[in-house]
Ligand binder design. Structure first.
Ligand code: URA
Length: 234
């Protein structure tokens, strides 16, 4: 591939910037300074360095992000910090897979693998998403049954059957919900349909991939090989 394409894909920098860096002699291939952005390189067998740092070629990257609250799932926002503000990898095409609300925390995948995003988000694939929530008041057996049967949340079709488990009871109930859809405000609207309010919401799993609880809100890490395999990628 062309050297400037490799650098622009991996580093998210413009072709004119690359030209300038090459002119300054900061780009080397196998230790030899490059003269032209058009130079052909094979990143699998050659060592390409920018400012002394080796550029690892990866077709796609996959990050597990623990989204904090007060952060928008978008690339840009005028008012709030976005999830992409937390990602220091500036590689081209990186985007979040799906959306979590401003105040929702937890598992968000960030990747440039468009096919994976499509597979995880396609309604036809029924990918399971697991949420943990704090609900104001007691969550009842009737609520569990209603979720199992599919509650009406104001759309043409009711929500698909969901598994609601009460983890602890009290003035505030801790619950776990498994859904196979990803409609707008889905969990909040499902609880609203049974007269309950969600106080806190966190996604803990998606498509069999569980949030690494050692990641603090705002932290991310690359997926391990076994995690990529889980998502059908390797
Ligand atoms: N359901 C919601 O209500 N909000 C989210 O962010 C995700 C699922």
């Amino acid at each position: 591939m062309r050297l400037d394409k490799l650098l622009s894909d991996m580093q998210g920098i413009t072709r004119s910037e690359i030209k300038r860096l090459i002119k300054q002699g900061t780009v080397t291939v196998d230790g030899v300074k490059c003269a032209s952005p058009k130079q052909q390189v094979d990143p699998k067998i050659q060592s390409v360095c920018l400012l002394g740092e080796e550029i690892q070629y990866q077709k796609f990257v996959y990050y597990m992000f623990n989204k904090p609250g007060n952060c928008v799932t978008a690339r840009q926002d005028a008012l709030h910090k976005t999830v992409m503000d937390y990602i220091t990898d500036k590689r081209k095409g990186l985007s979040p897979v799906g959306r979590l609300d401003l105040d929702t925390e937890g598992l968000l995948l960030i990747t440039d693998d468009g096919m994976l995003s499509h597979n995880l988000l396609s309604p036809a694939k029924h990918v399971e998403k697991v949420y943990e929530a704090k609900i104001l008041g007691q969550v009842t057996d009737e609520d569990v049954k209603a979720f199992k049967n599919g509650v009406h949340i104001g759309d043409d079709l009711p929500a698909k059957p969901a598994k609601l488990t009460v983890l602890s009871e009290g003035d505030v109930s801790n619950v776990r919900v498994v859904i196979t859809e990803g409609r707008y405000h889905q969990i909040k609207r499902m609880f609203s349909a049974v007269g309950k309010q969600v106080l806190f919401l966190k996604r803990v799993a998606m498509g069999g991939l569980w949030l690494d609880e050692t990641l603090l809100p705002g932290e991310y890490r690359a997926l391990r090989e076994d995690e990529k395999e889980l998502l059908g990628r390797n």
